[in-house]
Design a protein around this ligand. Structure first.
Ligand code: GLC
Length: 809
């Protein structure tokens, strides 16, 4: 604990003031087909076009014409041709793709404009003895989004962060400038234009949005600055363009969208089986149980403890019968112990990180002194990946990567020594230069290894640490939060900015990891958590248990109700996941993504959209039963009561403990399915498609496949296109099952139309039934329930079929 002495005036360490000099003046330029290099007195700037909308500007303090290697975070690209340079008296105009850079010859600053004349910031480069700095302008009204996993609110303006992956056990508060993930992406948003700046530097990078009012700066310490300017004009364009650079999430197996239960630790196999049985006997859906470090023998990765888990195969087959999967934790630290195969093999093969004098770097983690695989080398990644045969043999297809900043307990920096040399596939670099990417490469090794071993089944990996591009290999959970109400709120802004930074599959420990949850907190957190892409309840050793039934009957019932809702909504959720694999867009979205011109959405950090159609406004304070919700333009319906609201306004909504404020956009198409206790196939035989009338015409692509294999990549999937059209007393529904890569039997579809603005008199081409139970017995027909004002339309949909219903009033 620290006391006020920390700020004793006589003991404050005064920060040494660095003198910054600009890199100019301009000396000349040279260009080839695929690049332009501008040289100035102290540095060179090299421009390359990744796509017509993404320009790379790399600056190097040394080297004649340094062509920096992009980090391993980036997907390979071949720069485009077609640069055109015009030399004016005071500036150079460099045109390429859809952008133009105007370089001021005197100061060597540059401004970027799109072909449509939108200004994407002005930048000045300068350097000191310790750092290279890029200062970028911030428009008065601009919001800054992105930056991955950080504390604070949605808008990052006024904050300062250091990109340096850190194991932060202390409470996550705004003073924490670094957390587990580093994603140096800034999204600069104004009502007229949005653009992005990605700084590709896996070493320490400071991003200061606090110091100046109208500008921010980025500082790197290795004499290099590798910038990617990403044009908009919308936030969605920036996010999509960024995903061209760093990749998109592969479609995860359906089971990983289910509810997941974890604790540090479920101590033995009886406890694990009992836990699984509890879920089934209590009728709370669940797909996954996590094994934390106690499953291992002496915390040695790729082992089971023989006393606690004497029969892992037997346990696995029991769990399989109950419909559960196991995800074990795998940390990078390998225990130094003679006779331990992984250690001895890695040593012999030279797989571990070494200090400059050629010795294995040893640091303490859970197992005591440990060595760390050098994931920067392809050979090591392959070796590590292949070691997962150990888990695959037990039928395991998901892995939990933790402590991969890497965390080192006994080092003064709490991580690997900065001087450790990474082999980096023949281009050695120090750990200081590669620190933030270490975890990404571990996830890559795990994902690719599992992918090979599973032979056609999709792997699932979740990681604590990561760098830009981590979405290609793993989902992200936000580390050791606490059972604090404040952390419920924090989990929203973290999830939103992670999503804007490419990481669609993310979530926080539901119920909080450290500290002790209360029943009320768990109920509120579960309500929110079921609408986050990654949905796992996890808690720490020595804290109160927080499985859904460990409080009282009311809390248990609330958890059940919301977890069930998630399972019913799987067709909607899975389709959003699929969409994200194609577009790179987040699943959990800040309102500003969908309503970029509406200033009321710009700083909304405590409510979000799931896709476009569901607006989630969690309660994150104890005893609260009301909250203010902002509903953007359009018509919205309260999910529970059906109350209709005209958007563009703030409302106060009532939310007793069992109610999560949830709103549906008029025009929404929400496919749901029958409740199950665990996810089955994503080829739903029965679909309940909820249509919300009174909105603009709407369309939704419902995605289906087998939910587990990689056959989807070979086309074994379906997209059912559903659309509605509304005019006066006419409501048309159209569904087409046209992309039939996935053979299936006829599906039974029940459309439920909510809030029709007229009483339906006919639905062509089918006939009316006069009681709901008759609809249940028949394969097609329609029924209008006057009481609840719902129109039900039942039909069958075969492969390659198309159906259309015209409802008339
Ligand atoms: C770290 C992880 C936490 C895990 C614990 C033990 O603190 O963040 O989730 O339970 O290690 O493995």
């Amino acid at each position: 604990m620290q006391t006020s002495e920390k700020i004793h005036p006589d003991q404050l360490e005064s920060e040494s003031i660095s003198i910054y000099r600009d890199i100019g003046p301009y000396k000349g330029y040279e260009y080839g087909e695929k690049y332009v290099t501008v040289s100035c007195e102290h540095a060179n700037l090299t421009l390359k076009l990744v796509t017509p909308d993404i320009v790379r500007v790399s600056c190097s303090l040394d080297g004649e014409n340094a062509q920096l290697e992009p980090s391993k975070a980036l997907l390979p690209y071949d720069p485009l041709e077609g640069w055109n340079v015009i030399e004016w008296e005071n500036e150079l105009e460099i045109n390429g793709g859809n952008v133009a850079l105007f370089v001021d010859k005197a100061a060597l600053s540059f401004r970027v404009k799109t072909a449509q004349g939108k200004l994407c910031g002005s930048y000045t480069l300068s350097f000191s003895d310790a750092a290279l700095r890029c200062q970028g302008t911030m428009d008065d009204e601009a919001m800054i989004y992105g930056l991955g996993e950080t504390t604070g609110y949605l808008n990052k303006r006024g904050e300062r962060y250091t990109m340096w992956n850190s194991d932060v056990f202390d409470p996550h508060v705004p003073d924490m400038e670094s957390l587990y993930q580093s994603i140096p992406l800034l999204i600069h948003h104004t009502p007229d234009n949005t653009f992005g700046l990605f700084i590709d530097n896996p070493g320490k990078t400071v991003i200061d949005l606090r110091e100046a009012v109208d500008s921010y700066f980025v500082e790197t310490v290795n004499g290099e600055m590798d910038l990617y300017l990403i044009t908009g004009p919308e936030i969605k364009d920036v996010v999509a363009n960024y995903s061209i650079l760093t990749g998109k999430m592969p479609l995860p197996p359906l089971w990983s969208l289910g509810y997941q239960q974890s604790r540090f630790s479920y101590m033995n196999q009886e406890e694990v089986i009992q836990l699984a049985q509890n879920f089934r006997s209590k009728g709370i859906p669940c797909d996954v149980i996590y094994l934390d470090i106690h499953y291992m023998n002496d915390y040695k990765v790729f082992t089971f403890d023989k006393d606690r888990f004497p029969d892992p195969a037997g346990m696995m087959s029991e769990l399989k019968k109950l419909g559960f999967r196991i995800v074990p934790i795998v940390d990078p630290g390998v225990k130094v112990q003679d006779g331990y195969e992984v250690y001895e093999q890695g040593l012999e093969m030279g797989r571990f990180c070494r200090t400059p004098d050629g010795k294995e770097y040893v640091g303490d983690v859970w197992p005591g002194p440990s060595v760390f695989p050098d994931f920067t080398d392809e050979g090591t990644r392959e070796w590590w990946g292949a070691l997962h045969q150990f888990y695959v043999d037990y039928g395991i297809s998901g892995i939990w990567n933790d402590m991969n900043e890497p965390s080192v307990f006994n080092s003064p920096t709490k991580t690997m020594d900065a001087n450790v040399i990474h082999r980096n596939d023949g281009h050695p670099k120090t750990h200081g230069e590669m620190h933030n990417i270490y975890s990404l490469l571990m996830s890559q090794a795990t994902y690719e290894g599992m992918e090979k071993l599973l032979q056609g089944e999709r792997p699932f990996v979740v990681t604590r640490a990561g760098y830009a591009g981590v979405q290609r290999y793993a989902a992200v959970w936000t580390g050791d939060n606490r059972s604090y109400w404040e952390h419920i709120r924090l989990s929203i802004s973290m999830g939103l900015n992670l999503g804007l930074s490419g990481v669609a599959f993310c979530g926080s420990d539901i119920g909080g990891f450290m500290h002790h949850a209360s029943g009320e907190l768990l109920a509120r957190w579960t309500q929110l958590g079921v609408f986050t892409p990654f949905c796992r309840n996890h808690s720490a050793i020595d804290t109160r248990n927080q499985e859904p039934w460990t409080f009282d009957a009311e809390v248990e019932e609330i958890c059940r109700k919301y977890i069930e809702l998630r399972y019913r909504m799987l067709p909607y959720l899975y389709s959003l996941f699929y969409d994200s694999t194609c577009t790179g867009l987040p699943i959990m979205r800040p309102l500003v993504l969908e309503y970029p011109k509406d200033a009321n959405t710009y700083q909304l950090s405590d409510q979000f959209l799931l896709g476009k159609d569901l607006l989630v406004a969690p309660i994150y304070e104890p005893g609260k039963q009301h909250r203010v919700v902002y509903l953007p333009e359009g018509i919205w319906f309260d999910y529970w009561t059906g109350t209709r609201y005209e958007g563009g306004t703030h409302i106060i909504t009532h939310a007793p403990l069992d109610i999560l404020p949830l709103f549906v956009r008029a025009g929404a198409i929400l496919p749901q399915t029958q409740l199950m206790q665990h996810t089955g196939q994503a080829n739903w035989q029965e679909l309940d498609i909820h249509l919300y009338a009174q909105g603009a015409d709407h369309a939704f692509a419902l995605y289906e496949d087998d939910g587990i294999s990689d056959q989807n990549l070979q086309g074994a999937c379906n997209l059912i296109q559903i659309s509605t059209e509304e005019k006066d007393k006419r409501f048309a529904i159209h569904a087409a099952n046209k992309v039939c890569g996935l053979q299936q039997n006829d599906k039974s579809i029940l459309f439920t139309v909510h809030h029709l603005s007229f009483i339906p008199k006919s639905v062509s081409p089918i006939s009316e039934v006069h009681e709901m139970k008759h609809l249940e017995e028949r394969s097609s027909g329609w029924y209008y329930d006057k009481q609840d004002d719902h129109l039900y339309i039942k039909t069958q949909l075969a492969n390659l079929q198309e159906v259309e219903f015209i409802v008339k009033g």
